[in-house]
Design a protein around this ligand. Structure first.
Ligand SMILES: Cc1cc2nc3c(=O)[nH]c(=O)nc-3n(C[C@H](O)[C@H](O)[C@H](O)COP(=O)(O)OP(=O)(O)OC[C@H]3O[C@@H](n4cnc5c(N)ncnc54)[C@H](O)[C@@H]3O)c2cc1C
Length: 464
């Protein structure tokens, strides 16, 4: 028997239930990735993620070839390409990993209907999340959890499937065309490629995990908010593309405060996928109905200053420049710039969501939407607005006390003393000259006054 194994955002061979099952159930499998123009060029596409994707596919192809297999590449609409491939190879089943975003669910529903008309079954396996069945985790009243901590406590107790091994040998048909991967230049815009972005692929992801297990995990609870230390795992793009399995990570975590704190972050990832599964309209609307007609500022100049890292608040600018340089941003920094955009600048969180999706290698519909709604105080896991309205200067002093992070990304502030680094506009004229940073010439004045903006934001939210 021949069956098709359809890769999407599960670009690995280790702990991949659909691949292990495919190899066990069939004499030969047809591992395929379908490059859909909607994915590569649609409004949610990104040059950084396109590059990461191609690197991951190249790596996956090598891993499959090393096992005697191949990764077949097809270009076009998934249903049409799968039907053609099934006719070519005699396959009657397509295995895939379940995906939970509204777009993916809609696509899979349509693909499944088309396949069934042609006598082909689409069979979905777990593998994307730690939870196998997000639809089954409910409160005692049969409602979805909307607050993180009780969800997390329940999540910890939910049974897990065992991690599965990478197949040793993979048999594939020999007489069909393999198909080419596009050249990265043809599907990216050079101006939107980050120079220091992480390299895609399962091997790079596994190396990153090993590095973190040895150097970051045990002190994660102490260091994960230290911007300069850069001590988080940086596994997010690998998790987004499924180059690494969250179950495999869970399985190697030892006991301890660091591993426990890290494990809790993995629960946030499941939580936001779970939330979007249960509340798909969150993609368009604020989860909290009362904030759906919140008034937002529409100032393009402010938005551009935020995007380009020239707000005059060093911690915000460092973070926004890190995003462009690396296609990634530290979580604490994402919170600071999210609060700044929505509360200090009063700009719609959807602008932030879209900009992050454009640049982040880990740009992920569920995580991005959930976190943006969280920091804009309009989503699930609610808290009073003032709790998520951060003072950028205090955040800089707390989470970048020696200015390592700011100096790394905002070189024009390199010679400014620690005392003024969070608020360089407070330097005397003489200090500005001495530090080679004249405010208004070498580095911008603050585009808003935080104290004034804070008051306005609290009033705006209070009106709803
Ligand atoms: C406004 C905003 C937007 C965000 N957009 C995204 C996004 O598009 N994609 C994305 O993967 N993460 C997003 N996050 C969550 C978080 O910032 C990143 O997952 C994290 O910074 C990735 O770095 P890391 O791998 O070193 O994380 P670590 O601290 O090492 O955590 C390990 C893993 O846990 C998961 N995780 C950690 N924190 C969160 C969280 N708050 N929400 C969901 N998952 C989490 C990630 O998969 C991460 O790789 C966003 C956060 C904010 C505040």
């Amino acid at each position: 028997m021949t069956l098709i194994v359809w890769f999407r955002n599960d670009l690995r061979v280790h702990d991949l239930p659909m691949l292990a099952a495919g190899v066990a159930d069939a004499d030969q499998i047809v591992p395929v990735f379908i490059l859909d123009n909607e994915l590569l060029k649609g409004e949610r596409s990104s040059s950084n993620r396109n590059r990461f994707l191609i690197e991951s596919l190249e790596d996956l192809r090598l891993s499959l070839q090393r096992r005697g297999g191949e990764l077949f590449i097809r270009h076009g609409k998934p249903a049409e390409e799968l039907i053609k491939l099934a006719k070519e190879t005699g396959a009657t089943k397509v295995y895939c990993s379940a995906d939970y975003t509204p777009f993916a669910r809609e696509r899979d529903k349509k693909v499944s209907m088309e396949l069934v008309k042609n006598g082909i079954d689409l069979v979905a396996f777990p593998g994307r999340l730690a939870l196998d069945h997000p639809e089954k985790v409910m409160t005692s009243n049969g409602q979805p959890w909307k607050v993180f901590t009780p969800f997390w406590k329940r999540w910890l107790l939910t049974d897990r499937r065992p991690a599965v091994k990478a197949p040793r040998h993979i048999a594939v048909p020999k007489n069909i065309s393999t198909g080419d991967l596009p050249k990265i230049e043809t599907i990216t815009n050079k101006k939107q490629l980050s120079v220091y972005a992480a390299k895609g692929g399962e091997r790079a992801g596994r190396q990153r995990l090993q590095y973190f297990l040895q150097h970051g995990l045990l002190d994660y609870h102490k260091d994960h908010n230290d911007l300069g230390a850069d001590a988080t795992s940086r596994l997010s793009p690998y998790l987004h593309f499924g180059c690494i399995s969250v179950r495999e990570i869970e399985a190697v975590l030892p006991p301890g405060d660091g591993p426990d704190a890290f494990h809790r972050q993995l629960a946030w990832r499941d939580f936001y996928h779970y939330i979007l599964w249960h509340f798909p309209h969150n993609l368009k609307h604020e989860f909290q109905e009362r904030f759906r007609d919140l008034s937002w500022n529409d100032d393009q100049e402010l938005l551009n200053a935020w995007k380009e890292g020239r707000t005059g608040y060093p911690i915000v600018d460092a973070a926004m420049r890190q995003l462009r340089l690396e296609g990634w941003m530290h979580n604490r920094a994402r919170l600071i710039v999210g609060s700044f955009l929505t509360k200090d600048l009063g700009l719609d969180w959807r602008h932030g969501e879209a900009h992050f999706l454009q640049w982040l290698c880990d740009g992920d519909t569920a995580n991005n939407n959930g976190n943006w709604q969280w920091i804009a105080s309009v989503g699930v896991d609610p808290a009073p607005v003032f709790r998520r309205l951060y003072n950028p200067s205090s955040q800089a002093k707390t989470y970048d006390p020696d200015g390592v992070y700011i100096r790394r990304y905002v070189p024009e502030l390199a010679e400014v003393s620690d005392k003024y680094l969070a608020e360089p506009w407070r330097m005397s004229d003489c200090d500005q000259v001495k530090s080679g940073c004249v405010i208004g010439r070498h580095y911008p004045r603050p585009i808003v006054d935080h104290a004034v903006a804070r008051k306005a934001a609290l009033e705006r939210y209070a009106m709803n």
